[in-house]
Design a protein around this ligand. Structure first.
Ligand code: PLP
Length: 377
């Protein structure tokens, strides 16, 4: 049996006519950049995320960088990020000449630990603390970080909060939507995310009129009006085609999320029945709405071997992420060492993402769990 990690073709078949219709509309209009489709999507996403504003941008990575720019993060400033996340979370900070400061994650949710953030801040010399400007909690795998303590620490230390919600559209923390709690919420429409376009794209949410105005100006090279440049911005624009496709898909998002959640429950039952629940750690649900962008299990040992075994059996898996950011070659000059963030390092060595996409069948899930049982037997 073949069980891919993700099967976008199955999903496309269900929305094909609508996608072709909006695509044709845009071809006929020959108007491709920003414009009414992007504005419509911005309204829909801000409503979906319960924020006042949204600004469509070129990718999730650019959403992070543009938010940092709008927050006036500059060269030499410091920004706290978790070491266990997709590269862009810290990459965006470094690209502005600012310095990522890592704080380890919680062992159960893999999200940034508020206690670790506090420790990192306390350990900073006073002069360095003055350069600390922001924190980027990541809502990893579709579950919100523990935001109340993060927001409290940020308030006490006068830090901006940029939510990296690239994996978490629709997830909730105590009934509050991802992207609505910090100064900015950053989302990605990369095709493999739970709400993906037909290419690169992203969006930033905010509740602040002033930040919204800045984001919109920075998105178009800092010009306001056209050809009069107030800031040094960049080209961070979203395509009409991507916006139109994402608008089509947004209508189905809750339905797809429900299917992901159901698949997660099915895995729990199957792992329990297979007697594997004691050996393998299943995702720990701490927040009110986990949207299961990924279903990530933690294994006692032989993770890479299991992954190869499953691949031979036709089961697609992925390792998010094999090397924590503090140990990446490009960040060597930050001066971190192996052992600095043991929880992140452990997660990087022991976790494996299983297929959880909405169209996954019960038979496929049984096959995945049976194959894992065979391996450990
Ligand atoms: C995907 C992702 C990004 C980057 O989004 P792109 O649209 O691929 O640039 C940033 N942060 C996290 C946590 C992600 O998963």
């Amino acid at each position: 049996m073949q069980v891919p990690l993700l099967d976008l073709k199955a999903q496309y078949q269900t929305i094909k006519e609508e996608c072709l219709r909006v695509t044709r509309e845009i071809y006929e209009s020959q108007s491709f950049i920003l414009g009414p489709h992007v504005e419509a999507l911005e309204k829909e996403i801000s409503a979906y995320c319960s924020t006042r504003y949204a600004v469509g941008v070129s990718s999730g990575s650019d959403a992070l960088m543009l938010s940092l720019m709008a927050g006036e993060i500059e060269s030499g400033d410091r920004v706290i990020v978790p070491p266990y996340t997709f590269f862009a979370t810290a990459g965006a900070v470094s690209r502005l000449g600012a310095i990522p400061v890592f704080a380890d994650i919680e062992p159960d949710t893999y999200n940034i630990s508020p206690d670790r953030i506090e420790t990192v801040i306390k350990k900073m010399p006073v002069a360095m603390r003055r350069t600390l400007k922001a924190v980027i909690p990541v809502h990893l795998y579709g579950q919100c970080a523990d935001m109340d303590p993060v927001l409290n620490i940020a308030r006490e230390n006068n830090l901006m909060v940029i939510e990296d919600a690239a994996q978490a559209i629709g997830s909730e923390y105590q009934k509050r939507r991802a992207g609505s709690m910090g100064d900015f919420g950053c989302f990605s429409f990369f095709p493999s995310k739970n709400l993906g376009g037909f290419g690169d794209g992203g969006i930033i949410t905010t509740n602040s009129q002033a930040l919204y105005d800045r984001l919109k100006i920075l998105r178009v090279h800092g010009s306001d009006p056209k050809y009069y440049h107030r800031y040094i911005g960049g080209n961070f624009r979203l395509d009409a085609l991507q916006a139109a496709i994402v608008s089509v898909k947004l209508k189905y998002l809750d339905q797809w999320t429900a299917a992901r959640q159901k698949n997660a429950q099915t895995y729990r039952r199957l792992f329990e029945e297979a007697g594997l629940a004691g050996i393998i750690r299943l995702p720990v649900e701490k927040q009110t709405r986990h949207i299961y962008n990924q279903f990530v299990i933690e294994l006692p040992d032989r993770r890479d071997e299991l992954r190869r075994y499953l691949s031979e059996k036709g089961v697609g898996t992925e390792i998010y992420y094999p090397v924590p950011l503090h140990l990446q070659e490009c960040f060597a000059d930050l001066g971190y060492q192996a052992g600095d963030f043991p929880v992140s390092e452990h997660a990087a060595g022991h976790t494996l993402a299983l297929p959880v996409f909405p169209e996954l069948t019960c038979e496929q899930q049984s096959y995945v769990v049976r194959s894992i049982k065979e391996f450990y037997a």
